[in-house]
Design a binder for this molecule. Structure first.
Ligand code: NAD
Ligand code: ZN
Length: 256
């Protein structure tokens, strides 16, 4: 199939589906300037993932100080949603894709206008205390780092603060991942965009939907679930998803 036929076929599936779940990974945010982990310019080509374990973070104040300094310089806080995020929010507004499950921690789906986003790996927009679970806006913690506190302590209990994200070695939040699984069980079409689909249990979400109905994969490189995809689109998410939203909108307009 050519690109145009593919986009029209997938748009028809979106319109036909009872419930479409959009699943995204780091690839959808590379066009916003945030590097992914496993793509050609991924973070894992530059740093050792072992440094990012929760055990190291808790045990070593130097790692915490390094992490806070890195957060101050992080491209995540200044990044803007790109055309891919906007297209996904458009699908929701068109009434055909009510739910986004994302592995991303950057908050860009919400910034683009998606209103129901399940963040299975948490968010950098908040801090959390590892001792008492107090939370607050990340900007409050970053402000203290800028003010000279290299490793700011919890304002409530003095405990260790971290971004409210799931680090290596840390369990997912049960209620969040359970809701994502429940949504997968209700959906018959999954559009998986910008993910290598290799991080479990998150990657079970598109697999479950694919087993019940159809899985569409939009990714620049092969993924672990290509074998079960109803359609594989090797394209930039920021180019393909707007074309898909246009095609869906055109189909819906024909119907009325
Ligand atoms: P990944 O790095 O394993 O895979 C990203 C995939 O996207 C790669 O296969 C790459 O080829 C593809 N890709 C990159 N840019 C693309 C584009 N513009 N269009 C189409 N495809 C593109 O990412 P993952 O599957 O999300 O797993 C990585 C883990 O890292 C996740 O758990 C996530 O929590 C975390 N992470 C998040 C961010 C973020 O929030 N933006 C960034 C880096 C890592
Ligand atoms: Zn605390």
């Amino acid at each position: 199939m050519g690109v145009d036929e593919t986009v029209h076929q997938i748009a028809a599936w979106v319109v036909e589906a009872e419930r479409t779940l959009v699943f995204t990974g780091a690839g959808i945010s590379t066009e916003s300037g945030i590097p992914d982990f496993r793509g050609p310019n991924g973070l894992w080509k530059k740093v050792d993932p072992k440094l990012f374990t929760i055990q190291n973070y808790v045990a070593d104040p130097e790692i915490r100080k390094r992490s806070w300094r890195a957060r101050l310089d992080s491209e995540m806080f200044d990044a803007e949603p790109n055309t891919g995020h906007v297209a996904i929010a458009r699908l929701e507004a068109l009434g055909v894709a009510p739910i986004v499950v994302t592995q991303n921690i950057d908050g860009l789906h919400q910034a683009a206008g998606s209103t129901d986003v399940i963040e299975v790996h948490g968010s950098v927009r908040e801090f959390v205390c590892l001792d008492c679970a107090a939370r607050g806006p990340i900007e409050d913690a970053l402000e203290r780092v800028r003010g000279g506190e290299a490793d700011p302590a919890c304002p409530d209990c003095g405990g260790i603060l971290k971004t409210a994200t799931i680090s290596f070695g840390q369990n997912l939040e049960t209620d969040v991942i359970e809701r994502a699984f429940a949504e997968a069980e209700k959906s018959d079409l999954c559009i998986a965009a910008g993910s290598s689909l290799s991080v479990t249990p998150a990657a079970h979400i598109p697999r479950i939907v694919g087993e019940r109905g159809r899985l569409v994969i939009v990714n620049a490189e092969p993924t672990d679930l290509d074998f079960m995809a109803a359609a594989l689109v090797s394209a930039q998410t920021g180019t393909f998803l707007p074309a898909l939203a246009d095609a869906v909108e055109a189909l819906l307009a024909e119907r009325v």
